[in-house]
Ligand binder design. Structure first.
Ligand SMILES: Cc1cc2nc3c(=O)[nH]c(=O)nc-3n(C[C@H](O)[C@H](O)[C@H](O)COP(=O)(O)OP(=O)(O)OC[C@H]3O[C@@H](n4cnc5c(N)ncnc54)[C@H](O)[C@@H]3O)c2cc1C
Ligand code: FES
Length: 273
């Protein structure tokens, strides 16, 4: 070791050691990185595809041997990441943000779409701590459910599926099933990551029932270190104060949640469905 501490905000080069096709248009890229191995579940990285873009991605695996990001193909940046193969090199900054805090012994985890990526290492940390989580895994359709067999092995009967088209499990949104389960079972905390309208509904129900919640939110992230302001949400900067927010913080941004966000040019735009 050199003796000088590694700084997460500085760019490092990581070599991809494995690529997994997870579901339609979603790939997981594995690599080794000491700082990422020490990350908290819910923290994110900036992944730089040289010459194309740098985009925020949650850590979907955190272990001493290897870490990963799970990337949905959306546009130019994620297309460049999807083209990467074993042995290719990419730029990595981070881990950034606060991550989740494990509290309670009977948590409900609600993940929709690629939001599940941020909840996977949280779930693994909870199980290692002897906590017994219930997990709702939601997607548009059966083929879009992320980490299905891995989660089945970890959770057995405590895993619930929801699909918008009813191709597996509950037909409807993950938030609809979350609201129903909160009425039927005795949870003591709620964790959620996914589309913001889904987060809003889960938050409102948790509030109604007096359950503490932690939600991972997405905003436009450029610098990732709290300087540029592009990720502003009420009094917060999502890159530095989030991306995970607790009940108290979510109450402060209730008016913006699921309604508005800043676009890359700094303009406030509607995100209402
Ligand atoms: C904290 C955080 C964690 C995330 N984790 C994941 C993850 O684990 N897996 C995953 O597939 N996606 C994740 N995302 C979303 C991901 O960053 C965007 O899908 C990606 O940046 C799209 O880039 P693009 O160039 O392919 O698409 P573009 O065509 O450039 O953009 C498509 C849309 O992606 C979003 N986006 C683009 N650039 C950014 C940016 N710099 N910051 C925030 N949003 C952006 C915007 O909503 C934009 O409208 C996360 C976002 C945040 C903020
Ligand atoms: S991304 Fe620049 S302040 Fe958060």
């Amino acid at each position: 070791m050199s003796g000088s501490p590694m700084r997460p905000e500085l760019l490092r080069i990581a070599t991809i050691s494995r690529v997994e096709e997870e579901s339609r248009g979603v790939k997981t890229l594995y690599f080794s990185d000491r700082l990422c191995s020490e990350a908290r579940p819910g923290q994110f990285l900036m992944i730089w595809a040289p010459g194309v873009d740098e985009v925020p991605m949650s850590l979907s695996t955190i272990s001493r041997e290897r870490v990963s990001v799970t990337v949905k193909l959306v546009g130019e940046g994620t297309r460049a990441i999807h083209k990467m193969r074993v042995g290719d090199r990419m730029g990595v900054r981070g881990p950034f943000g606060n991550g989740f805090t494990i509290s309670g012994s009977r948590p409900l985890l609600v993940g929709g779409g690629t939001g599940v990526a941020a909840l996977k290492p949280l779930l693994e940390a909870m199980l290692a701590d002897g906590v017994e989580p219930t997990f709702i895994l939601g997607a548009r359709s059966l083929d879009d459910l992320l980490f299905r067999s891995h989660l089945e092995k970890l959770l057995g009967r405590r895993l619930f599926f929801t699909t918008d088209d009813g191709s597996l499990g509950f037909k409807g949104f993950a938030s609809d099933l979350a609201i129903r389960l909160m009425g039927e079972r005795d949870f003591d905390s709620v964790y959620v990551c996914g589309p913001e309208p889904m987060i809003c509904k889960v938050f409102e129900e948790a509030e109604r029932r007096g359950l503490p919640i932690q939600a991972s939110l997405e905003r436009y992230i450029k610098c990732a270190v709290g300087l540029c302001g592009s990720c502003a949400l009420g009094p917060f900067r999502v890159c530095r104060d989030g991306p995970v927010f607790n009940s108290q913080q979510l109450r402060l941004v209730r008016d913006e949640l699921g309604r508005t966000r800043m676009d890359p040019s700094g303009l406030m735009i509607s995100i209402e469905p």
